[in-house]
Each structure stands twice: as C-alpha cells, then as structure tokens.
Design a binder for this molecule. Structure first.
Ligand SMILES: Cc1ncc(COP(=O)(O)O)c(C=O)c1O
Length: 383
C-alpha cells in the first residue's frame, strides 16, 4: 500500500530553514577534476585562503600520533589545548572555547545570544557566515556598507539600536583583505554600548603586523569574543579547529550549547603541535607577504586593479568575475568568484607559492587579453 500523505514536507519544516541562504564554498580540487575531466595533480586551488605550505611538520607528527588512539572519544573540554592557549595569550584556560572551526563558534554565539527580533550588525561585503548565522536564529542582519573595502566602524556604531545583540567585525575583512587600524578599532570596541557583544574575527590577524589586541578590554570586562582559527596560517583547514577567547562567563555560556565532542582528538593534537612551531608560522607569514607583493606587481603589469591586502588573499578587478573564474577553472586554476558578495567585477585570489602565483598571473593575463579585460579600464585602487 502506498501511503498517500497529505502533509507536505515543506509544511513541517521550520520556515527559517526554507528561506535560509546556502553557503557556497570554494570547489575542492577533486570535484573540479571530475567535472572538467582534468588531472587533479595539475590543478591548483587558490580559492579558500588555505595555507599553500600545508601544516607544520610538528602538527602532522602530532596528528599521526593521535590517530593511533582514534578508538577513544576526544576530550570534549580540550583541556590540554586550552592550557596551551592560555599560556600563549596570558589569559586563563577558562576564557577559551574550542570549536569545529571558528565557523562552529559563530554558530554557538548565535545559539547563546540570538533570538527572533534581535539584530546583528555586520559589514557588507564581509564574511557571509555572520549573516547566515544571524538569519538561522531568526534575527535581523543589519548590513553596513564598507568604506574603501574596510569596515566603516562609525557607520556600524550608528547602526546599533536597543535591539542589537551582536556586532561582527573581521580585521582583515574577508573578502576584501582590508584591516582597520588598531587604534581606530580599539576606540570603536571601547565605545560600544553595554548591551552589545562585539565578535572580533581574527581569522587573518596572524598575517598583520599590528593587529589590535583586545585582551586588555576583555580583562576590563568588555563584552568581546575574539575568534581565531587554525585553518589559515597554521594550515589545518581540513581538520576543522578554531577557538574563541572572551570572559570566562561568556566561554562558559558557549560551552553549554556545544555538542559533547565537537572537536576531534586529531585536530586537537595537530593544533597543539602547530602551536609548538612558531618558526613555521612566522615563515608562512613572510612568504605570504612576498606572495602578496608578487601578485600586486603582477596585476599592475597586467593593468588590473586590485585592493591592497593585509591578509592571505587579494581582490582583483577583472571585469566579468564569474566568467574569469570559470575560464581559469577550465585551465585547472581555481580562484573565487565574489559576485555573491556584490563584487561581480572582481575575483578573490588566495596567495599561493611563488610558482602558483606565477601560474595564476599567467592565466589571468591570457584571459584578460582574450576577453578585453574590462577590469583594466577603471577603478584602479592600487595605482
Ligand atoms: C573571516 C573568516 N572567519 C572565519 C572563517 C572560518 O574559518 P574556520 O571555520 O575554518 O575556522 C573564515 C574562513 O574562511 C573566514 O574567512
């Protein structure tokens, strides 16, 4: 007998889910190879701001060792890692929350603080997950246009209402790569009203020489949650591990809404290993700086505008961003179209190794001369 249900599935679904926008990640190499019939070995991915030098050998060794005890559940409280982080940052272990990537921490922040009717202030364009999390909890995303590709902190402050719960600021911002100055940011952080929690996303702060230090403000009792990730300079994106530091009270609230074993033991071990290798991270930061200079010079040579970046990626104006992305992808070079961020004329390129950067520049040069490179004509930002 066939069960002729009258209730449609969509009538059962939480309506917020039906209208929830979906995150579009950079395509994995194997998927591109499958779709386009390419050899994966010849493909480079400069689309998701990963570390082209991989993880530190110390992180790999620690992950390998942890794998041999994969039969055991991980330490859900990430005790050893939080001890290590506390030492690194001169804070108490109770002030740290560890997540399955900093993305999970963003979601946990939503769980703790957002309800329908609340508002969250964020830049636009800015990392889209702020908006996704806000909408997921039925709150309103108040998007404040960036100024010169950086967060317009005065306008963000002006957008705060009595309903505002969260303000999200990434510095450097993604997808633009622009950082607010430390002085400007700290003044903003200190000036926020008491009913607002500042989520300060430091995903790319390791690449910046003078990133703001919010610890004194946290010590003074300011409601700030700083987010860090092991996905970028530490090269552990696939293991999904990031952390937050805040007051111990906020950390304890975040701890209430996480799953018991949200961070696996291999990721925890790798993160501990990565923290043992400051030298590796410092070398990656230097290589990134050289790579940014290489790309900026290359874009200039090609007559393409770019937005000077302090992160491990850079926006370049190519005219038809999606077409450019598709053309390069057919050639085995994956970059990121940013039309969904309202930047249809641009693409975002992650800084790769020197040969990877040469390759993306060569492909961009070939594409822009074939397509007439509308990006060459106006809007040069780096001239
Ligand atoms: C600004 C920003 N924040 C957070 C994340 C999330 O990082 P993860 O979840 O890998 O820690 C990203 C990832 O690209 C990002 O660009």
């Amino acid at each position: 007998m066939v069960f002729a249900g009258r209730m449609q599935l969509k009538d059962l679904v939480n309506p917020t889910v039906l209208s929830q926008p979906v995150y579009e990640p950079g395509k994995p190499i194997d998927e591109v190879a499958r779709e386009l019939g390419l050899d994966p070995a010849g493909i480079i991915k400069l689309a998701s701001n990963e570390n082209p030098y991989g993880p530190s050998p110390k992180a790999i060794a620690a992950a390998r060792a942890a794998l041999s005890h994969a039969e055991l559940y991980p330490d859900g409280g990430c005790f050893a890692l939080r001890q290590k982080l506390a030492k690194k940052w001169s804070l108490a272990p109770e002030q740290f929350s560890v997540g399955n990537g900093s993305n999970e921490l963003l979601e946990l922040i939503g769980h703790v603080f957002l309800r329908p009717g609340d508002e969250a202030v964020m830049g636009v364009p800015a990392f889209v997950v702020y908006k996704l999390v806000t909408l997921l909890f039925g709150a309103k995303a108040v998007e404040v246009p960036t100024r010169d590709f950086g967060h317009d902190l005065n306008a963000m402050k002006a957008a705060i209402t009595p309903r505002t719960k969260l303000v999200f600021v990434a510095s450097p911002n993604n997808p633009t790569g622009v950082a607010n100055s430390s002085g400007e940011f700290l003044e903003f952080a200190e000036s926020l009203p008491d009913h607002v929690i500042l989520v300060f996303d430091e995903a790319y702060a390791d690449f910046v020489a003078d990133a703001p230090d919010v610890r004194p403000l946290i010590r003074k009792g300011r409601k700030i949650i700083a987010l860090r990730t092991f996905s970028k300079v530490f090269g552990l994106a696939s293991l999904r591990i990031g952390y937050a530091y805040s007051s111990a009270e906020i950390a304890s609230l975040l701890g209430r809404v996480r799953q018991p074993f949200n961070v696996n033991s291999i990721a925890q071990a790798a993160a501990m290993g990565a923290l043992e290798d400051d030298e590796f991270a410092a070398r990656c930061v230097l290589e990134n700086r050289a790579g940014l200079a290489q790309l900026e010079e290359g874009f200039k040579r090609l007559g393409l505008s770019c937005v000077p970046s302090t992160a491990n990626f850079i926006l370049v104006k190519v005219g038809l961003g999606t077409e450019c992305f598709e053309a390069l992808q057919r050639r085995g070079v994956i970059i990121r179209p940013v039309k969904s961020y309202g930047l249809a004329e641009w693409v975002r390129v992650t800084v790769g190794t020197r040969p990877q950067n040469d390759r993306v520049l060569a492909e961009l040069g070939a594409w822009s001369s074939m397509s007439g490179a509308p990006g060459r004509i106006s809007g040069r930002v780096n001239s």
